[in-house]
Design a protein around this ligand. Structure first.
Ligand code: S3P
Length: 274
């Protein structure tokens, strides 16, 4: 028993040392975030992180397997990222833009990188109405859908407000529907909810992306390049009037590239901590 107590004491001491070292590491990580902010650099470099994780998992191999080391680093990196982005970017992010500009895919990817919660407004409407967007349009019409969208947004805003008051403030990335900004009351809500990023794309890109999909009621029976270009032209001034903090053309970019650029630009802007 004496040996067991001794061993337990030893690992307790090591845990204390590890905790102190981890704290020390995270202080440096935050200093790096501040420095990157001054140098206007992106906080997070996915490739570098992967390289470090792999190299170290190789280097440290002993009692622990490569997989276990990788898990250890993944956890450390995740915590580092959380702290860094929290330091630099304290607000929710709202993605607006035309159908097919990448709001959903980019939103999910962004949320992952920010350790934020992803919310898709279209999905929220579908859950509330227990029906797909296509069904809502078909059975109840566009006005009903817009009403439901606003109701969902109001509920979401209440949820965000209650989180601000809570001890653990959660952060959200919200992907809006393409037409969410058509109502000024929605735009007012969005402005209160977070920093707005407007994703754009050329009509041709949007057409290519949506060509094989049939879940966009507004493009049903007229999913042509001309129809898309037309609707885009009509909506352009509405999107412009939102006054998004950032506009990102996603036409030529992959999801990871769009995300990286958004994070870079957001972490470079002066009013980071709005
Ligand atoms: C719409 C866009 C859709 C969806 C609905 C209406 C629009 O969202 O909300 O079909 O008016 O542009 P996505 O932009 O996510 O496709």
């Amino acid at each position: 028993m004496q040996r067991l107590d001794q061993l337990r004491e030893k690992i307790d001491r090591i845990d204390d040392e590890l905790a102190n070292l981890l704290e020390e590491r995270m202080h440096f990580v935050l200093e790096i975030a501040d420095l990157k902010e001054t140098l206007r650099m992106a906080v997070h470099d996915v490739k570098r992180e992967q390289k470090i994780k792999q190299n170290r998992a190789e280097k440290y191999r002993g009692l622990l397997s490569k997989k276990q080391w990788e898990e250890w680093f993944e956890t450390i990196f995740r915590i580092s990222k959380e702290l860094q982005y929290e330091r630099m970017l304290r607000n929710n992010l709202i993605l607006i833009g035309f159908m097919g500009t990448g709001k959903t895919s980019v939103g999910k990817y962004l949320a992952d990188h920010l350790d934020a919660i992803y919310i898709d407004l279209d999905e929220a409407v579908e859950t509330m109405e227990r029906a797909s967007i296509a069904e809502i349009f078909e059975k109840k019409g566009e006005d009903y859908f817009r009403e439901a969208e606003t109701k969902c947004l109001q509920q979401l805003q209440q949820k965000l407000l209650s989180n601000i008051e809570g001890a653990d403030r959660l952060r959200y990335v919200i992907a809006c529907g393409g037409g969410t900004v058509l109502r000024t009351e929605n735009v007012d809500l969005l402005r209160q909810m977070g920093r707005i990023v407007w994703l754009t794309g050329s009509p041709k890109t949007v057409y290519e992306r949506l060509r094989k999909l049939s879940d966009r009621p507004l493009l049903q029976n007229r999913n042509s390049l001309d129809a898309i270009a037309d609707l885009m032209r009509q909506r352009q001034p509405i999107y412009e009037a939102v006054g998004a903090e950032m506009i990102m053309d996603t036409s030529q970019l992959r999801i990871e590239e769009v995300t990286k650029k958004i994070l870079e630009q957001l972490s470079q802007s002066r009013d980071l901590n709005r």
